[in-house]
Design a protein around this ligand. Sequence first.
Ligand code: IVH
Length: 699
Amino acid sequence: MTKKAIDDTNFSLFDDLSVEPIDSQDLEKTKERMRALEKDLERWNYEYYVLDAPSVPDSEYDKAFQELSDLEKKYPQLKSAASPTERVGGAARSDLAKVKHAVPMLSIHTETDFEAEGARAFDDRVRKGLGLSESDPEVEYDVELKFDGLAMNLRYEKGVLVSAATRGDGLVGEDVTANVKTIRTVPLQLPADVPEVLEVRGEVIMHKADFERLNDEQKMEGHKPFVNPRNAAAGCLRQLDPKVTAKRKLSFYAYGLGEVSAPLALTHSGTLDCLQKWGFPVASQRRVVKGWKALAEFHDWVKSIRQTLPFEIDGVVYKVNSLAEQNELGFISREPRWACAHKYPPEEALTVVEDIDVQVGRTGKLTPVARLKPVFVGGVTVSNATLHNEDFIAELGLKIGDTVVVRRAGDVIPEVVRVLPERRTGAEKDFVMPDHCPVCGSETFRDEEEKDTRCTGGLFCPAQRRESLVHFASRLALNIDGLGEKVIDQLLEAGLIQTPADLYRITEEKLLTLERFGKKSAANLVEAIEKSKETTLARFIYALGIRHVGESTARDLAQHFRSLNVLMSADAEALLKVNDVGEVIAQSIIHFFEEPHNRHVIENLVDLGVHWPTPEASAVNDLVSGKTFVLTGTLPSMGREEAKALLLAQGAKVASSVSKKTDYVVAGAEAGSKLEKAQALGVAVIDEAKMLEMLKGAQ
Ligand code: IVH
């Protein structure tokens, strides 16, 4: 993506003002615009550098900065003496002592093209600067990560760390020696053979894992979390109390030198090797390469491993490797001509939530989705972001029309991370979760436990249709042989079915019109569907796919109510009497049967011949009912499945592992670890004969 393309996709928050001035009225407008930009930039600068709490993403700052610099170039007469473009870095904080850098801490040129062109442009300039022609060999470069942290100058005298200073405005920084000494990887004492004066430059960063830990703590203690690792690192570094810094883990990576009384090597890579040997952390992702294609390859490679790095980077840095060539190239204004930063597209950007739509998933979950004013972020143009659920929106404090920060890192789906309430105009609207499904119109309900809102349309809702049909036909439900996902998809596509009731209207003739169906397979499927009409109440209830009603709850409900009509009219009080049915399950059942569409499908199923015998009323056998059994080993007269069925039929629970909650372990021949565990926990162990005796208690 070229810079031009990015500018085209990035919308400007000030579209109305970015016009070409032609007359004095427009000039006046431009002046206003420049003053407004200055004001914004100064405020953001202050938030960023002094408060360590930026309110806008860097990309927004950069954009405004660029706009102001461009205007200043075009209309120098309108430039104010105190323009933020005059600054490099922030004003030194007054409460930390100032340090004048022996050698200024420069910034480097940033290539604006995120693609290979950026690498080629840099190499071109270098070759030109060195007076090389096309036939001359490729230039050698040292290539490194561009750490997203804070530049640091560490001064060693006679091998002892005497000062650590931030970059500040490049000439004067802040003394943070006490805090930097708490960074475990910064050597306090160097080997004997180092130059008398040695300034090592590098970046102080916070690893992603340490950042997450710190933010968890911040939240737990009721403090505001940090926006990103770099700001957390800045906050920690400028702490006035080093004990606080010591608790928050910072890291340091060396990438160059400041003042030195003797050079360490003839190349930049040799210098880094030397620093590494003396105990400085140097990132292992550095290479020595030749020519612009290799620069671009490194840029691509780092992009592919970026997410796996333990810290954040915002690009790569290319440096001419030979120090002699570096000298020859020298500097332009405040930037060396021998180095450049080649960044990746910003991962955060500002945009506006134009609307919030609601999508219905295959399980009936309603997901609010932010419709964004398209914005270029993380290398793509993003126009949607999931908002997960109502609580997520409430936590963000998001309203429709809000200006938000959108983040897209790597291949991760875009997220709305922050709202900028200060940008509100008053026209923003609250989002309300719909009380009816936007797809089928059925009522929705909130599942408190899962914090989700769900459609009650179940069997009827087109969004959930496929899932409910697959479930309906599955083995433990109506067990329709040969009716798997593929066939269901085929039937849905052909418009032969919509709800489970339609299955019973399918004929061989209709199936024969479909691909892959022959006479035999069509006849088989129709027969399997016909066979499924004869079922049990428990299977039928399970087949309805009521949320939270699994196979065992369906069995309990069938046993308890013995009639579908009674179950359908049961209120919460009645439902709560059923084994293992709590408030959540009861509400889910009530919502399901309240929905007229669901009742309608059930009615159709019964009309089309689905039937079941009334379950036997069972006198409760207290010896077994409600007790938990575990079956282990080989039983003498029956398989474990059979024994399980007998126990379940009398209201027992059959678990697969032994715990303190187990009432009985039924052990057969060659019982192993489960028996041992039962003995260890003091759980009663019985044999098959004893189990059968207990089961008889019911008759
Ligand atoms: S070299 C004269 N190498 O990027 C060249 N800088 O404007 C001095 N940065 O804030 C910089 N990683 O702190 C260099 N591997 C790296 C870097 C790096 C991050 C930062 C640096 C400064 C900015 C350069």
